[in-house]
Design a protein around this ligand. Structure first.
Ligand code: FES
Ligand code: CO
Length: 324
């Protein structure tokens, strides 16, 4: 499964402190914890001794301790202590399966099978002028690709986000362009008149932006300021990073990179929350839960060019999780 080679977000960095945390990724139960150096670790959440859940245990002296018989595991996964037999030195095969871990964008990322695959790109992260805030997690009863496709979809604004990102009086979509990129697909020249495009909106504004798919379950929205305006050169962005928990359930985060320095984190999160909770019931209603990759399985209009490109990209990439 190619998805196992990809990096997936599994938790907010700040959610993993001194106690083990259970998470689920691609239908596998994992335990996250921090070692003595503060490095995040991800193991199978099943003790190799008698199968207890390691996430019920604790972190003791920089090792993960099983809740059942107190076996301790180092960050390599190696068992280093069997309390019932203190003189025993566990051999190398006494170990628990561990996975690749990285921290970026305020999140912990896990790769289930080692491969030379980069994290999904998010250029706005490196723009020191922009403020970064995470929103989520949202636990959603929908497949990861359905959620990505919803994020890329502009023709629902006037209906799902009426009075916020669109209105029923202006539902016609201007043509936009779609191209393939090195890591996914990109829609440029997207335009929408939005009654309430952000927290500070006082009147409708035309917003120009691009959408990019940067990995099977990661997407970006970048706002393109008007040339010559005071915001020329700024690239505010929203990253959508999804953990594919099961083929029909997902955990979702947004990473905002914004030029708003007045609002509190809570205010920025509340705006995003309002928008996403408008999407959520519709997303959770979609059937089938898996995203159909056969173009004949659902109907399309010219406005769906980006969603069709995303489906072709998933198919060409060999994605099988959450698609049909
Ligand atoms: Fe984990 Fe026995 S089941 S130490
Ligand atoms: Co929406």
């Amino acid at each position: 499964m190619m998805e196992k080679n990809q990096w997936h977000p599994v938790a907010l960095s700040q959610a993993v402190t001194d106690a083990p945390v259970p998470v689920r990724l691609l239908d596998e139960d994992l335990v996250l914890w921090r070692d003595a150096q503060g490095a995040a670790q991800a193991f199978v959440d099943r003790c190799p001794h008698r199968g207890a859940r390691l996430s019920l245990g604790r972190v003791q002296g920089g090792q993960l301790e099983c809740p059942y018989h107190g076996w301790q595991f180092a960050s390599s996964g190696q068992c280093v202590k069997v309390p019932a037999v203190p003189a025993f030195t566990p051999p190398p095969q006494h170990c628990v399966k561990s996975f690749g871990v990285q921290e970026a964008h305020g999140l912990i990322w896990v790769q289930l099978e080692a491969a030379e695959v980069p994290l999904p790109v998010f250029e706005a992260e490196d723009d020191a002028r922009l403020r970064k805030v995470n929103c989520g997690p949202y636990d959603v009863q929908a497949s990861a690709p359905r959620i990505i496709e919803n994020f890329l979809d502009m023709s629902h604004f006037g209906f799902v986000h009426e009075g916020w990102l669109g209105s029923r009086d202006a539902t016609e979509m201007a043509p936009y362009q779609v191209e393939n990129t090195a890591c996914g697909v990109k829609a440029t020249n997207c335009k929408a008149v939005q009654p309430m495009s952000n927290l500070h909106s006082t009147k409708p504004a035309e917003v120009h932006y691009t959408y990019e798919v940067t990995a099977p379950f990661a997407a970006l929205l970048t706002k393109i300021p008007e040339a010559g305006s005071s915001k020329d050169g700024w690239r505010e962005a929203i990253g959508l990073f999804i953990c594919p928990v099961s083929p029909t359930t997902s955990r979702v985060w947004f990473r905002l990179a914004v030029a708003d320095f007045e609002s509190s984190d809570e205010q920025l999160q509340a705006f995003q929350h309002t928008i996403f909770t408008q999407d959520q019931p519709v997303l959770e209603s979609q059937q089938p839960k898996a995203l159909p990759l056969d173009p004949r399985a659902e109907l399309h209009s010219a406005a769906d060019r980006m969603s069709s490109a995303y489906r072709r990209y998933l198919k060409a990439s060999g994605v099988t999780f959450g698609v049909c």
